[in-house]
Write a protein of this length. Sequence first.
Length: 254
Amino acid sequence: MCKAPSPRVPAPAEGASFRAGPRHASNRRGRRLQVVMLVVTAIVMSPSAYAGDDLQRRIATAAPHAVLSVAPGVHHVHLLLDRPVTLNGQPGAILDGDGQGDVVRIRSSGVTLRGLIIRNSGRDLTAMNAGVYVEQGVDGAVIENNRIQDILFGVYLDGAQHVQVIGNVITGIAELRVPDRGDGIHLWNDAWCVIRGNDVSGVRDGIYDYVSHDNLIADNRIHDVRYGVHQMYTKNETLHGNISSNNVAGMALM
């Protein structure tokens, strides 16, 4: 016997609506969910892309002596602090220089940096690229309880006065040869500064102190560098309680 052909389902008439079955409806719901998730992800992630610009804008419009909280996340920045402000890092707040220039440059007296991760400066020794560069003429600044890492110079004091560098952890760029590294804390023609309680490693000299006077260098732990403290042409300097380990020399006083 011949099997009867299956009946054909007639095509919908022109203009008639088509009702999707359960599988089609499920697929559409899945696609809508994916779109919603992508939109939500874009909304959540987009602020970090502009974090650096937003932070510099907040600094530029801040009132003198304002206290600014730096949110967690990676802020790709090269900050210029040209007014007295305080930057307090929330846990996980990172200032990243992307391997170029200075990460933070302090031009004004009365600046405080506290509780930040500051990383990835440039590598130009001639330009003295630093995690934190304090310009000549600054009278009073505080750099306290930061992690300053993967930098050429950690903190560079260029003719400043009354700067406090306290309780920071400073690590250099390990892949560089020692002669190609900068110093952990570099003082040039500075006076009445306090360098206390820092942990410095992986740089050229832990603390380099040149043509400066009346500074206190105390209770620092300096390891895995060339000279723990390297002084040249200084006067009325006070050094005590510093611990040097695994260095070529603990102190070089000239």
